[in-house]
Design a protein around this ligand. Structure first.
Ligand code: UD1
Ligand code: MG
Length: 419
């Protein structure tokens, strides 16, 4: 019978090297916090029992975690100590534990699946996920005797020859849960850092006759642990590149991937072109045959219909833009529903915030909004209506279908005259 599987993610650390007031795991890469990336990779691998060790600003970190068990580490005494806090939860767990650091956002779901399988098939007591990297600085080095992993040496404690080892520890392990807590009690506090290292448990497993194996992966970017701002931007780049490659493969033209940022999981239809300096946030859906950018910001909650054009210096948030609608230059659309075949003139703004709350704008099919129109929400512009250049349509008003309004405040025009 297959043993039950649970995951434990360590996310209580201060992240001192980030030099930040924000807990490290809440820094973002490719649209999501580091911890969200890790949790979603674990869930994607089909693991339903997930626990996270939190500590620094635990309330804030907790707000990004739904449907997981939380374990509090009150003192930051190292990764080994963090795991010890979960003994109450997993000390009698009858199966295996997948352990991950909360600061390594690039690991793929598929890799975790293969890793779990390799551990189970290899009948190991402990398996460590490793990779060879050119510059192993900062990572724990893997000490081996052939197939058997005999220990992990942290940078600070490594001899010159150990430092030269290029196979490094990802911080991702598979353990037999019961043995883990038994061995963890044997781990001594590291004198230099005054911390309990989880990595020391590897030697403890080896000493007690346990079978310890490494699972080496080829794509070293998956290991990337984020300890500094520089590493954060490397992770952002790595995650973005993956997303951009996925879109390219699916028939989206990304004119310059180095100048384009698309959050993980965004949906973009075939034959759409994304021009440089475009920023697309989580959850956005873009249709087919669209042109987006250059210099466009499409924020969360936005849906762009087929054949729409979102041009330069346009920001869209929580809005739906219909099929064949043009928003070509210098516009802000917030909390708006824009119909099909609408022409949004250059400089059109939805004034959606009244100082207290956000209000909605509705623009129906076939509307023509003149340049510099300001729509003070809540407001509705009926189908095929028009606004003159510079019109300010005031809050609570609606422009009747097929009519034209001009001026400030905007008034109905009949036979070329204002009413
Ligand atoms: C750790 C590993 C190192 C590995 C690297 C991979 C140890 C001792 N070293 O080093 O071998 O190559 O990860 O990225 O484990 N945390 C807590 N409580 C604590 C301390 C840390 O929850 O008291 C959490 C942190 O929030 C972080 C994770 O554990 O998410 C790893 O801690 P970090 O300080 O980043 O360890 P590294 O120095 O990167
Ligand atoms: Mg780290």
């Amino acid at each position: 019978m297959k043993k039950p599987l649970a995951a434990l993610i360590l996310a209580a650390g201060r992240g001192e090297r980030m030099n930040s007031n924000l807990p490290k795991v809440l820094h973002k890469a490719a649209g999501y916090t580091l911890i969200e990336h890790v949790v979603s990779a674990v869930r994607g691998a089909g693991i339903t029992k997930v626990a996270v060790v939190i500590g620094v600003q635990s309330e804030r970190v907790r707000s990004f975690l739904k449907g997981v068990d939380l374990v509090l580490q009150k003192l930051r005494l190292g990764t080994g100590h963090a795991v010890m806090q979960a003994e109450r939860l997993f000390g009698h767990w009858p199966g295996e534990l997948l352990m991950l650091p909360g600061d390594a956002p690039c690991v793929r779901t598929e890799t975790l699946r293969n890793f779990v399988r390799a551990h189970q098939e290899g009948l190991a007591d402990l398996t460590v996920l490793t990779a060879e990297i050119d510059d192993p600085t900062g990572y724990g080095r893997i000490l081996r005797q052939g197939e058997q992993v005999v220990g992990i040496r942290e940078e600070l404690d490594a001899s010159d020859s150990e430092r030269a080892i290029t196979e490094v520890n990802s911080g991702i392990y598979m353990f037999n849960a019961r043995l883990l807590f038994k061995r963890l009690h044997e781990v001594q506090r590291n004198e230099k850092k005054e911390e309990y290292y989880l990595t020391d448990v590897v030697e403890a497993f080896h000493r007690s006759g346990g079978k310890v194996r490494a699972f080496k992966i080829q794509d070293r970017t998956e290991l990337l642990g984020i300890n500094t701002r520089k590493e954060l931007s490397v992770a952002h780049q790595a995650l973005s590149e993956r997303e951009l490659a996925r879109h390219s493969k699916a028939g989206v033209t990304i004119v310059n991937p180095l100048q384009t940022s698309i959050a993980k999981g965004v949906r973009i239809g075939r034959d759409t072109t994304i021009h440089p300096f475009t920023w697309i946030e989580p959850g956005v859906v873009i249709g087919r045959n669209c042109e987006i950018g250059p210099f466009a910001k499409v924020r969360s909650g936005s849906q762009i219909g087929d054949r729409a054009v979102i041009g330069s210096f346009v920001e869209i948030v929580r809005s739906k833009v219909g099929r064949g609608t043009f928003v070509k230059h210098l516009s802000y659309l917030g909390d708006a529903r824009i119909g099909n075949k609408v022409n949004v003139g250059a400089g059109t703004i939805t004034a959606n915030f009244d100082g207290k709350k956000k209000n909605r704008t509705v623009v129906e099919n076939g509307v023509f909004l003149g340049c510099d129109t300001i729509l003070v929400a809540p407001v509705k512009v009926g189908a095929r209506a028009k606004t003159g250049a510079g019109a300010v349509v005031c809050g609570g008003h609606s422009v009747p279908r097929g009519k034209t309004v001009v001026g400030v405040p905007a008034k109905l025009m009949t036979k070329g005259k204002k009413q």
